[in-house]
Structure formats: structure tokens, C-alpha cells
Design a protein around this ligand. Sequence first.
Ligand code: AMP
Ligand code: MG
Length: 327
Amino acid sequence: MISTQEHRSEKPRYLAILEENVRAALKVQHVILLESRKILDDLGFVEVLAPVIGPASDPGIRGAKRVTFDFYGKEYKIMSSMILYKQALVRTFNNVYAFAPNIRLEPLSKANSGSHLCEFYQIDLEMRDKTINEVMKVTEIFLDRLLYKVKLHCGDILEKYNKEFEVPKIPFPRISYYKVFLIANKLGLSMNYGDEIPSEIELELSKRSTRPFWIVDYPSGSRGFYYKENPEDTSRLLSMDLIYPHGFGEASSGGERETDVNKILELIREGGENEEEYSWYLDMLKSDGKKSSGLGIGVERLTRYIMDFKNIDNCTAFPKKPGSYTC
Ligand code: AMP
Ligand code: MG
């Protein structure tokens, strides 16, 4: 299912970006960004400029490391995700979004995964007073309209690189974490119940699927401290992933946010995090934590899925790969 038209250039990047397949992917990305803005505006979202640095950033980034630096004598971080800031921004507007840059030092073992960059962007959405189910529904509507627009405006590109591309039907099917666990066991793939789902298992399920699908009902303790426990069953989190079909793997993660500051503090301490870094976030929740739900969709991975490309480096102008030293 991977495009036979894709070519991976070994040339310096200022030459590689002149090549036809990179140009085509960047054109598709332009349409993704342009149409996302129009659709999100229509759905009642307000665009904000994402923060790039701050005292705290998302620690729940699956084995990747955050970049820290000295900020006038204090340790600061480059955003690994703007999750904490989105929770602040829904205090100002009901629905917010940003094309948010993320920096993550991914492990060297991910260098040739085809889907990992150290610098990438997310379409980050957050909705005040909304449940996880409402966000999933809005995301489906958003992706449905967006993919339709890409198909409409990039027909010539899709004809060349991804002839069989069809806008997947919504709603997307949902499977539970527990079901994933059972399937992994059946396939002889190792997975500890209660841990984050290993990428190999996600990929295997993705390869076996012809439609995007949601994974829901992650066990409590398996993900970031900012996800809320399901009040009807506290052994499960109100958190989900969206997985692309045909082996393209994870598209998005998100969920409903925890607002109980004591629960969050406990998890921050359990995770060995320095709670001082999160002081503004904890103060905000203490003063008036707003119920919200949201998710983030990786822009380069979305481009790769549409282009049917093996390599995510062809889906960004200046790829930063683990271990590489490039412009
Ligand atoms: P996460 O916060 O790890 O769930 O990431 C949110 C989304 O960003 C994922 O679902 C992917 O679409 C995208 N993403 C995460 N890590 C990377 C990476 N290293 N390179 C490219 N995209 C990524
Ligand atoms: Mg994720």
C-alpha cells in the first residue's frame, strides 16, 4: 500500500526540497493547513499561537526526551506538546486550536520508523465543557471534511501517489484497550496490561485495518497525569488514540482532562516529576479548573497517510531525525 512513486533523496535538503515528491507532499500539507483553518473556524474554534517554551511541558511522550535549557537562571523546556496551555486557553475561548510545534528527542531506535521526527507540528484542539465522546465526534467531522477538501484540491497529486485514496466513512470504529490486549496476546506480541500500548502492536493492528479506528478505555495509570478517570469505572481513563489504517500507525491522542488537583499531584509525584515546574498549572486548577477535552493530530503523519509515503521525512521541508545532523 506504500506509494511506489516515492523517492528518498540523499541530497542536501536545499536540493531535496526541489524534488517532485517532496514538493507534492508540501503542496498537500499547504491544503491541509489552509482547509483546517477554514473548517475549524466554521466549527467555532478560535486559533491561538502556540507557546514554544515554558517551565513545564508534557512528560507523557513515550520514551522521548524533552529539551531543557537555561532561561535566566531557571530551567525551561521547549514544548513537547502544548497540552497544559490548551487547558488554560479554554478559559478564554470555548474551543481553541493551534498549529503547535513540538520538539522531542526521540530514541535512536525510532530513526527509521518512517513516522518519527524530532521536530513536528500538531493540530491541537481543545473544547471547554465537552466530553471525550463529543471531541471524538467533532474530530471525525473535521477529518471527514478535511480529507474531502484535500481530495478535491489535490486530485492530480493523489492520482500519482495514492490513486486508491478514499475519504474514510465516519464514524470510525472503536475498540477498547482490553480488546487490543487480547489481540496482542493471540498474536504472541508482548504487552503488559496497564502499560501504554507498544508501537509495534499499534502498527500491527493498523496494518490489519482498512479504516481509521479509535482505541478507547486505557487503564488508569497507563497515560499522562492530565487524563481524567472515568467516574463510572475508575480503573479506566477517558482517553483515546486514533489509528490510521494500512500500517500508518498513530494519528492522534487525546481525552478528557483531569481537574482534581490532588489526583494530578499524586501522579506527578509518582512519575518522579518536579512539581515546582507545574506550579502555574496546579495554581490554575486550584483556582478554577475548567472541564475540557481535546486531542492533537500530527500534521506530518497526516500528510504521510494521505501521500501513502513510507518516509515521514518527505512530509516536511527540513526533517530532524533522531541522530541526524541536518539543516
Ligand atoms: P502524543 O502526544 O505523543 O500522543 O502525540 C500526538 C500526536 O503527534 C501523535 O498522535 C502523532 O500524530 C504526532 N506525533 C507524536 N510524536 C511524533 C513524532 N516523533 N514525529 C511525528 N509526529 C509525532
Ligand atoms: Mg500518542
